[in-house]
Design a protein around this ligand. Structure first.
Ligand code: GRG
Length: 286
């Protein structure tokens, strides 16, 4: 796992150039290279391995997915969205570069990332690139992250407390990026339909588990542990699994999803996924 994270960090440093106009490139690089967990690029490389693919061939795509994730974090932290001053243990992008540049840095990453897939994926055929880009577009747009974010904002404004709406938000705000990572890695390795279906299933279960886990940590952790403001969801009366069912039921749900995830990843002998889930369990048990 640490080896994969190091490889991803090295590639991100290489891809995040600082050109003219420097303000925008600096702002893009700032959030992308802050120390996140790199779950999505690592999962993309791991899914590629599941199906016997060449991890090096998947590296530009893995990094592009981390860039899309960073874009969503930059925009999510803006005053017009979640209004968060900290991210990954440091001031949020707009706190350092100002709102205008932060909006533009997110926008720029949204096109810089697929441009990278096209320009740097020498080992991929054009037809594989198109399939990967198709998944990328579905995730980034109104069928993916944006759909999740819009319903999240609406449900907060209207005080909606509905489990179906909650699942919709988790599916699109959170699971869709894991889906992109796992499916893109599998596509690059030439996985068949059954393999792609497994990745879809794994992403959905992991995404739901991860968002509920994130909501639990928001209630039980400190700023130092998370590197971001804690307790904001409760304060804003946000629709979350913990607000709907309470902490204990939320822990039960995460554990039952983990059990289902183990059934899938054991088929693929995934030490990486085991490491990720074991770490999540430790944080929940503290
Ligand atoms: C895609 C155009 C476009 C817009 C984005 C703002 C927005 C629309 C969506 C919000 C998506 C979001 C921030 C979801 C939260 C998911 C989540 C739990 C993120 C935290 O992920 P970690 O813990 O973060 O993996 P690190 O920092 O470790 O990478």
């Amino acid at each position: 796992m640490n080896n994969l994270i190091e490889k991803v960090n090295k590639a991100l440093e290489e891809y995040m150039v600082e050109e003219y106009p420097q303000d925008i490139f600096k702002s893009m690089k700032y959030t992308v290279t802050l120390p996140g967990k790199r779950l999505r690029p690592v999962m993309c490389l791991e899914a590629c391995r599941f199906f016997g693919g060449d991890m090096e061939a998947a590296m530009p795509t893995a990094c592009a997915i981390e860039m899309l994730h960073a874009q969503s974090l930059i925009h999510d932290d803006l005053p017009c969205m979640d209004n968060d001053d900290f991210r990954r243990g440091k001031p949020s992008n707009h706190k350092v570069f100002g709102e205008a540049i932060a909006v533009l840095a997110g926008d720029a990453l949204l096109s810089f990332a697929p441009q990278l897939i096209i320009e740097k994926s020498d080992k991929l055929s054009d037809s594989v690139k198109i399939k990967v880009l198709h998944e990328f577009m579905k995730t980034a747009g109104a069928y993916g992250l944006i759909a999740g974010q819009v319903v999240d904002i609406e449900s907060e404004n209207k005080g909606i407390k509905d489990s179906k709406v909650l699942e919709y938000i988790h599916t699109h705000k959170t699971a869709d990026l894991f889906r992109l990572a796992l499916k893109a890695g599998a596509i690059i390795a030439g996985a068949d339909e059954k393999g792609l279906q497994d990745m879809d299933d794994l992403a959905q279960k992991f995404g739901l588990a991860f968002q509920i886990y994130d909501d639990i940590l928001d209630e039980i952790s400190t700023f130092e542990e998370l590197g971001k403001t804690v307790g904001k969801d409760k304060e804003a009366n946000k629709l979350t699994y913990t607000s709907l069912y309470g902490l204990e039921k939320a822990r039960e749900k995460v554990n039952s999803l983990f059990a289902e995830i183990y059934d899938i990843i054991d088929k693929y002998n995934s030490e990486v996924f085991r490491y990720i889930i074991d770490n999540m369990k430790k944080k929940l048990d503290k």
